[in-house]
Design a protein around this ligand. Structure first.
Ligand SMILES: N[C@@H](CCC(=O)N[C@@H](CS)C(=O)NCC(=O)O)C(=O)O
Length: 209
């Protein structure tokens, strides 16, 4: 199996952490990113696998799987071992909902922090709106984590997706602040071996970008 991935792509980071946590062997193929051309040049073989030209994309033989949610769902089905989507229907629904919410924040608001902040677009109104969206997300997460160790009943894909979203958002200035439950959960996820390695790689790449 091969994962077309970008080190600075949060959706890719979600899948890299998922693969690491489940010990699933997979070759990584980096799609380059830089400040001028953003994602690209995109290798022809990558565009052949995924006409959308988005990372992450999983190639498993002649099967190409995208987007990130469809990738981990596929991997849950074909790999035995401890799953990262719980069994019980209510827990499963809750985990899926938090993962979906992290994806939405990444798509709608992280992109604004990157474009208007990191890349210097400078639209202060857009930045303020996205920072407010993150503050609201953090409040809801803090409420959910009141008295809980993980977002669901056990460590799951919801924790991975949400952690990645918050890692990038915080690096781009949307701080967690004094939300104690959320900060404690964040530290718990960050302490995991696979996550530590991933965070180190991302921060090293971001510093050089
Ligand atoms: N819904 C997709 C979103 C993937 C996505 O937006 N990937 C970005 C990088 S984080 C990308 O590849 N963009 C390519 C481009 O903008 O050309 C998923 O969950 O995988």
């Amino acid at each position: 199996m091969k994962l077309w991935s970008g080190t600075l792509s949060p959706f890719s980071a979600k899948i890299r952490i998922y693969l690491g946590e489940r010990n699933i062997p997979c070759d990584l193929e980096e799609v380059p990113w830089n400040r001028q051309t953003l994602w690209g040049p995109k290798p022809a073989a990558f565009l052949e696998a995924n006409p959308r030209g988005e990372v992450p994309t999983l190639s498993d033989g002649d099967l190409a799987v995208f987007d990130s949610t469809l990738i981990w769902e596929y991997l849950e089905e074909v790999h035995s071992g401890k799953p990262l989507l719980p069994e019980a229907s209510r827990d499963r629904a809750m985990v899926r909902a938090w993962e979906d919410e992290a994806d939405r924040l990444m798509k709608e608001h992280l992109t604004v922090l990157i474009r208007e902040g990191f890349l210097g677009g400078g639209d202060l109104n857009a930045l303020a709106a996205s920072n407010a969206a993150f503050a609201d997300f953090y409040d809801r997460l803090d409420g959910q984590l009141n008295g809980r160790t993980w977002l669901g009943e056990s460590y799951s894909i919801a924790d991975i997706a949400t952690f990645v979203c918050l890692l990038f958002a915080q690096t781009l200035g949307a701080e967690i602040g004094n939300r104690a439950g959320l900060a404690a959960w964040y530290a718990r996820v960050a302490a995991r071996d696979v996550v530590q390695q991933e965070v180190a790689d991302i921060l090293q790449h971001a510093a050089a970008a």
